[in-house]
Design a protein around this ligand. Structure first.
Ligand code: 13P
Ligand code: SF4
Length: 330
């Protein structure tokens, strides 16, 4: 079946010939097409291993902004592809599976957020990068979990701020900056799953373990943390720490890089509340597979598109974030 027929049928990827050496084919295609493969820490181990760069959401945006590749393959979720496309409108931006969405981005529909913003005309709007381009289009500055604290602090204390969409990250930033930002009531279904009880149980088993927590987790979980930070921040902390054991409360994909960087340390994924599921894996992130990555490079599809008028507005707060981050050395 050719690509057009597959598209008509609505399939995300066609079956791949099992005899193919996928890694060799991907390497060949990326060279031929001058493509760069960017991967988030929540991708499967094999995608992380084949990506040109693996990083957190800030690093992915920074790499996309400065690449001279003709094609960007974003092995992450849709909003990451959109951010790359908005920054590089003339490049082809591909996501191996366009169904890779984000429950946090979905918790903030653009029309409702725009209405909320309109109701508070005296507020500066700060949006987490985990949002659609349409939400970014009504935002003053975008942040990620790596730079949220510093960017919020770059505004005078008396500035009235709307922060969306993650209520947990918003509450955490309010607490560490002593602010009272108005929060959108959104959350990530993966990070909300981590439970205090399960982490405390693990702590009994590993009493010396450091607890590493992503700020998208609930406040009660963040309170147990030795370190609250973005994926890149948690990785940095683990590398620098003298501890041997680490309980990690974020999507378990990050453990791959942690184990690679620190082969002598022990990384224990914090279990989700419901231990019958693998809910500490982001089902959206994991939609991307090596087979789909191969098909994406081969067919240069599926492609991320962003409405021109939306992109025109959305690029401003993203660029602002990149400029502030550069000044801060992030
Ligand atoms: P990072 O900014 O830490 O990469 O987080 C992205 C994300 O999707 C968290 O769920
Ligand atoms: Fe979105 Fe949560 Fe998945 Fe991150 S882990 S991409 S916030 S659904």
């Amino acid at each position: 079946m050719n690509k057009k027929e597959w598209l008509k049928k609505g399939y995300v990827a066609e079956p791949v010939d099992k005899t193919l050496d996928l890694k060799a084919e991907i390497n060949k295609l990326r060279k031929e097409k001058n493509a760069v493969i960017l991967g988030h820490y929540y991708q499967s181990d094999e995608i992380q291993d084949i990506a040109d760069f693996v990083g957190d959401s800030l690093a992915l945006a920074q790499w996309a902004a400065k690449t001279d590749a003709d094609v960007i393959v974003m092995c992450g979720v849709h909003f990451m592809g959109e951010t790359a496309k908005v920054l590089c409108p003339d490049k082809k931006v591909l996501v191996p599976d366009l169904n890779a969405g984000c429950s946090l981005a979905d918790s903030c529909p653009a029309d409702e957020f725009a209405k909320f913003v309109k109701e508070h005309p005296d507020h500066t709007v700060i949006s987490y990068v985990n949002t659609t381009a349409a939400v970014k289009a009504v935002t003053d500055v975008v942040v990620t979990s790596t730079n949220a604290k510093q960017i919020v602090e770059s505004f005078a204390k008396e500035t009235k701020i709307i922060f969306g969409p993650d209520r947990n990250l918003g509450n955490y930033i309010n607490s560490i900056t002593n602010r009272n930002m108005l929060l959108w009531n959104g959350a990530c279904h993966v990070h909300e799953q981590f439970s205090v009880e399960k982490i405390l149980k693990l702590k009994q088993q590993y009493p010396d373990a450091a607890v590493l927590v992503h700020p998208e987790c609930k406040g009660a979980v963040a309170k147990l943390a030795d370190k609250v930070a973005s994926t890149a921040g948690l990785l940095k902390y683990a590398i620098a720490s003298d501890k041997k054991d680490f309980i990690v409360a974020t999507e378990s994909g990050i453990l791959h890089e942690m184990r690679k960087q620190c082969p002598d340390k022990n990384f224990i994924p914090a279990p989700p509340e419901d231990s019958t599921c693998a809910c500490n894996e982001c089902n959206f992130m994991r939609l991307n597979t090596l087979e789909k990555l191969y098909n994406t490079l081969k067919y240069e599809w599926p492609e991320v598109t962003v409405d021109e008028a939306v992109a025109y507005e959305a690029v401003k707060p993203i660029r602002k974030m990149l400029e502030i981050s550069e000044k801060l050395g992030l």
